[in-house]
Design a protein around this ligand. Structure first.
Ligand code: SF4
Length: 214
């Protein structure tokens, strides 16, 4: 049995499935787009944590299913909750500008959050909410298999590593997530409040571009 199939079975068990009827092509033979769409069907009706009660809709993720570069943020805000797409408010526009400055488009990369439903009043996610939602971002990464992940802000990195980091201490340093290079940087919302930090984020993005060109 492949590692990918074992992971998928583990995920299904977490979602409460106890029986599995196998028919059609094996998961490993299907494409990333189809696998992401299947996962989206599960996430869209998820009620694993209290955030399901207050959301307008789940914000799953957008972009290239085979992207070399993934941007992973924290949680949807008001605009994202209304539109169902990550990073579409003011912070989202800033991320889009950063992506353009890298000579890429939003369609070239994949963008998602570690929390798929908006926390009320944009409060910080609770630890149990991060844990409940973690299998989804992990599975998205497994399907997409990017070469580089940029985590935006403290909670994105915390969800992947299961450790709390001071973002200023780890920003701009390469880390590893299951063999994938991870570069933590500031969240665009932080840049809106602290424009002087944009130059540090741009220095980080230059590292990412150099890595992608290798
Ligand atoms: S935040 Fe994640 S775990 Fe919680 S209800 Fe939404 S999709 Fe499910």
């Amino acid at each position: 049995m492949t590692e990918e199939l074992l992971l998928e079975l583990e995920l299904l068990r977490e979602f409460g499935f106890t029986h599995l009827e196998i028919r059609g092509p094996r998961t490993a033979d299907r494409g990333s787009r189809e696998l992401l769409a299947e996962l989206e069907q599960i996430v869209t009706v998820c009620e694993k944590c209290r955030l399901s009660q207050s959301r307008t809709q789940v914000v799953y993720g957008v972009g290239n299913p085979n992207a070399d570069l993934m941007f992973i943020g924290e949680a949807p805000g008001r605009d994202e909750d209304i539109q169902g797409e990550p990073f579409v408010g003011r912070a989202g526009q800033l991320l889009t500008d950063i992506i353009k400055a890298m000579k890429l488009t939003r369609d070239d990369v994949y963008i998602a959050n570690v929390i798929k439903c908006r926390p009320p009043e944009n409060r910080n996610p609770e630890l149990d909410e991060l844990e409940s939602c973690r299998p989804y971002i992990r599975r998205q990464i497994e399907i997409i298999q990017p070469r580089v992940i940029v985590t935006l802000g403290r909670f994105a990195l915390q969800s992947l590593t299961e450790k709390s980091h001071a973002i200023a201490a780890v920003r701009g340093q390469w880390l590893d997530y299951n063999g994938i290079k991870v570069l933590p940087t500031y969240h665009p919302a932080y840049l809106l409040r602290n424009p002087a930090a944009k130059k540090e984020v741009w220095a980080d993005m230059k590292k990412v571009m150099a890595e992608l060109e290798r």
